[in-house]
Design a protein around this ligand. Structure first.
Ligand SMILES: Cc1cc2nc3c(=O)[nH]c(=O)nc-3n(C[C@H](O)[C@H](O)[C@H](O)COP(=O)(O)OP(=O)(O)OC[C@H]3O[C@@H](n4cnc5c(N)ncnc54)[C@H](O)[C@@H]3O)c2cc1C
Length: 446
C-alpha cells in the first residue's frame, strides 16, 4: 500500500489472463484500476493483437511500455505505440504509451495520488517489480456517499443527529475548496458510539470536521460522510482556574471568554481560527505557546475501544502540530488549567499577537494557515520565500505574496490545483535544500 493505493504485481501475459485479473479486481472494493503493461514477445503480441485490443476494457487508465523482446527480432509494425493506437480505436479512452518504464510508473502514480511527495513516489517506484511483468494501481472505491436508506435516516433522527444532504465542503472550510457529501451534525456526545456502529454496519466511511480551518478537501462527490459536533450552550464552564470547554467551541471566543474572567496564557492562539477540538487534534500553537500545555483532561470517543473515555493530560503527548490521539479518536471536551492574569494584561498580549498576524499573514484571503510544518531548526516559509516562489500559481491556487507558507485560493481553485502547487513547491524545496517538507494542512482526498 502506498497512501491509500494498493499496488498489485501480476505476471499474466495472455489477454485471457489479463481480463480475468482485471475482472477480479473490479469485483473488489476499489475505486479506479490503473494498469501498466509491458507486452511479452513480438510474436505473441502480433498473434493476439485483436484480443489485446479488448483485454484492458476494465482498466481506467492503461500505460503501455515497449514490447519485451525475449530474444526475438522485432516484427515491423508490431509495437506498443501501434497497439496503444489500436486499443484507443477499439474504444478505450485513456491509453498512453511510454518508452521508459520509469516515466510510465511516474505518470500512473501522479494520476493515482496527485500531490504525493516525489520522494515517496520514488520509493514506491523503486519497489516496482521486474521489467516483463505487469501490475496495477487500485484505489479504494470512490462511491457517491449519500445516506438515503429510510431506516438509517430514521435511526439518525432517534439519535438526535441532524442529516444535511449534499453539504458543500467548500462552504465549510477556510480555503473554500471541497466537494459535496452528507453532513451529520451531532447534538449529544453520547450518541457517538451508536452512530459510528451504525455507519460501520452500513459500510459508510466518515471524516470528522471541526471548523475546517486546517483542511484541504478533494473535489467532486466525496466518498465519505462528514461528522461535526453541534456547539452546545454554554460551551465553556469555569471553575476557579479550570475551564471545561466543549470541543465544538470556537477557539478565539473561548480565549476571550476566559480572559474576561482573568484567565490567560493562550493569547498567542488568538487569531487561530477553528474549534477547540481541532486545536487539540493539531496541538495548535503560535508565538511560543501551544494548547497542549494547558490540557488537564480530555473526554473523547476512542476508536480502539469504541467507547467514550476520559484521558488525563499526562496520558497524552503534545508535540509540534502532532498529538498522540489515534487518527479516529474524536475529542468531545477538554479541561484546561489557565494561569490567572488581569484582563488588561491579557488584552495587551492579544493586541500584540493580532498586530503580528495582521502584518505578516494574508488575513483577508482564503487559506488554511501554514501549508507545511517547519522542519527542525528551519522555517518552511523562509525557504519558499528565498526560492522566489511567492506568487507562484496553479490555476487559482497561489503562494501568498505576504507569507510564503500560506497558500491561498485566489478565486475558484480546485483541490487538484492546490495539490499540484503543494507538490511543485515541495519538489523545489527538496531540490534546493534537500529537505522534504511535511504537510501541516490535513488533506482529505476524494
Ligand atoms: C488564517 C489562519 C491562520 C492560522 N494560524 C495558525 C496558527 O498560528 N497556529 C496553528 O497551529 N494553526 C493555525 N491555523 C490552522 C488552523 O486554524 C488550526 O490547525 C486549527 O486548530 C484547526 O481547527 P479546526 O477546528 O478548524 O480543525 P479542522 O480544520 O476542521 O480539522 C483539522 C483536523 O482536526 C481534526 N479534528 C477537528 N476537530 C476534531 C475533534 N473534535 N476531534 C478529533 N479530531 C478533530 C479533523 O478531522 C482534521 O484532521 C491557521 C489557519 C488559518 C486559516
Amino acid at each position: 500500500m502506498v497512501n491509500e493505493i494498493t499496488v498489485v504485481d501480476d505476471y499474466g501475459h495472455h489477454p485471457v489472463e489479463i481480463r480475468a485479473t482485471l475482472e477480479a479486481a473490479r469485483g473488489c472494493k476499489f475505486n479506479r484500476l490503473l494498469v501498466l503493461f509491458q507486452p511479452h514477445r513480438y510474436s505473441r503480441t502480433q498473434h493476439l493483437w485483436d484480443e489485446f485490443c479488448r483485454a484492458f476494457n476494465q482498466a481506467d487508465i492503461l500505460v503501455l511500455l515497449d514490447i519485451y523482446a525475449a530474444s526475438e527480432a522485432p516484427i515491423p509494425g508490431v509495437t506498443s505505440e501501434a497497439l496503444a493506437t489500436a486499443i484507443r480505436k477499439a474504444g478505450h479512452k485513456n491509453v498512453h504509451y511510454f518508452r521508459s518504464m520509469q516515466e510510465g510508473i511516474e505518470y500512473l502514480l501522479k494520476q493515482a495520488c496527485p500531490g504525493t511527495p516525489s520522494l515517496r513516489l520514488a520509493r514506491a517506484t523503486s519497489a516496482a517489480p521486474a521489467v516483463n511483468s505487469w501490475f496495477c494501481w487500485e484505489r479504494r472505491i470512490r462511491r457517491r456517499m449519500r445516506i438515503s436508506d429510510p431506516i438509517i435516516v430514521a435511526t439518525l433522527a432517534e439519535m438526535n443527529v441532524e442529516l444535511q444532504h449534499g453539504a458543500a465542503l467548500a462552504d465549510l472550510t477556510s480555503l473554500g475548496i471541497g466537494g459535496t457529501t452528507d453532513l451529520l451534525r451531532i447534538r449529544k456526545h453520547e450518541s457517538l458510539p451508536g452512530l459510528l456502529k451504525l455507519l460501520d454496519a452500513n459500510d459508510v466511511q466518515h471524516k470528522f470536521l471541526g471548523g475546517g480551518s486546517n483542511l484541504l478537501v478533494g473535489d467532486g462527490e466525496l466518498p465519505w460522510v462528514v461528522l461535526q459536533l453541534v456547539r452546545p450552550e454554554p460551551d465553556v464552564v469555569l471553575d476557579g482556574s479550570f475551564a471545561r470547554v466543549d470541543a465544538a467551541a470556537d477557539l478565539g471566543r473561548m480565549i476571550t471568554f476566559c480572559a474576561k474572567h482573568d484567565l490567560g496564557g493562550m493569547e498567542g492562539l488568538i487569531g487561530v481560527p477553528g474549534t477547540v477540538g481541532g486545536a487539540l487534534r493539531m496541538n495548535a500553537g503560535a508565538y511560543g505557546m501551544q494548547i497542549g500545555s494547558y490540557v488537564r483532561e480530555v473526554k473523547l470517543y476512542r476508536a480502539a475501544s469504541r467507547t467514550l473515555e476520559t484521558l488525563r493530560g499526562d496520558q497524552i503527548s503534545f508535540e509540534y502540530r502532532h498529538t498522540s490521539f489515534a487518527p479516529d479518536d474524536m475529542m468531545l471536551s477538554v479541561i484546561l488549567e489557565l494561569p490567572s492574569k488581569p484582563f488588561k494584561l491579557i488584552l495587551e498580549g492579544i493586541r500584540i499577537c493580532n498586530e503580528k498576524r495582521r502584518s505578516s499573514q494574508p488575513l483577508g484571503q482564503k487559506s488554511a494557515g501554514c501549508i507545511f510544518k517547519n522542519p527542525p531548526g528551519a522555517s518552511a516559509g523562509r525557504m519558499i520565500d528565498e526560492l522566489g516562489l511567492k506568487g507562484l500559481s496553479v490555476g487559482d491556487a497561489r503562494v501568498s505574496d505576504r507569507h510564503a507558507n500560506f497558500f491561498v485560493n485566489a478565486g475558484h481553485a480546485s483541490a487538484t490545483d492546490m495539490l499540484r502547487l503543494i507538490a511543485d513547491v515541495r519538489e523545489r524545496v527538496q531540490k534546493n535544500y534537500g529537505v522534504e517538507l511535511e504537510n501541516e494542512v490535513v488533506v482529505w482526498n476524494a
